[in-house]
Design a protein around this ligand. Structure first.
Ligand code: ATP
Ligand code: MG
Length: 234
């Protein structure tokens, strides 16, 4: 269990009640270990974002169990009143749109959350600069987001997700707005991060060409989550 960063047991989610009820996740079981980059695939509306939001403690499951690292965070109810704190401590989110703040420069976008969490400014600044260097953006620290390309902005968004040093990264179609070459470089970067920083990463994607670059593929089928070796789907 030491190396398991996400563990899901018997997870259910439905929206609505009675005639309006739709069952989306119907007893999912899976886990993701540190160092793994796992793709999450399924047709539109199958529940990929729903699943990520539950793992990210943003959306309450109907029932089931969720562990994040050693900590059991959900057992038919949240086991803490402060899901926001769990999110802040353990999880980095990356979305299809980068949601950078346009009037802040690159460095300030990356530093914003940890500074908001009252971490030491000098330490946060150094860590943010290191991350941006690592992501090939060392010469863009003081550029505005609006002056960067889509791929560059997505790398800033990755740096921002990493700035809190999360154990888990949840990425919802992070490459959807990029051409294939840039999408591939983002995926390779995520894979490198998973290995080097021992993070567990779940990445939703609709692009089958990216699957061979992931360690494993989770597929939502009829509300259940299947795990496949990456190439078996190709
Ligand atoms: N708050 C909500 N209330 C009611 N139904 C919802 C809600 N959120 C999601 N759904 C429904 O749950 C289903 C799964 O939605 P979800 O966004 O998880 O799909 P997805 O797999 O991420 O799709 P996409 O590939 O289009 O992003 C959809 O049918 C959606 O309409
Ligand atoms: Mg979605």
């Amino acid at each position: 269990m030491i190396n398991t960063r996400i563990k899901i047991e018997n997870l259910y989610k439905h929206f609505g009640e009675g005639d309006n009820r739709s069952d989306i996740i119907k007893g999912a079981n899976f886990s993701v270990d540190q160092g793994e980059l796992v793709a999450l695939v399924a047709p539109s509306g199958a529940g990929k974002s729903t699943l990520l939001m539950m793992i990210g403690c943003v959306l309450e499951p109907s029932s089931g169990q969720i562990w994040l690292g050693e900590e059991k965070v959900f057992d038919n109810r949240w086991l803490t009143r402060n899901t926001r704190a769990i999110r802040r401590e353990k999880i980095g989110f990356i979305f299809q749109a980068h949601y950078l703040i346009p009037f802040l420069n690159v460095l300030d976008n990356v530093r914003l959350l940890p500074l908001n969490n009252h971490e030491d400014e000098a330490i946060v600044t150094q860590r943010s600069i290191d991350l941006l260097n690592y992501l090939g953006l060392g010469d863009k620290l003081h550029a505005q987001s609006s002056d960067l390309s889509g791929g560059q902005n997505q790398r800033v968004a990755i740096a921002r997700a990493l700035a809190n040093q999360p154990q888990i990264i949840l990425a919802d179609e992070p490459t959807a707005a990029l051409d294939f070459e840039r999408a591939l470089s983002v995926v390779q970067l995520l894979k490198q991060l998973a290995k080097e920083q021992a993070v567990a990463i779940i990445m939703v994607t609709h692009d089958d060409r990216l699957l061979p670059y992931c360690d494993r593929v989770l597929k939502i089928v009829d509300g259940l989550v299947e795990s496949h070796a990456n190439l078996s789907l190709a």
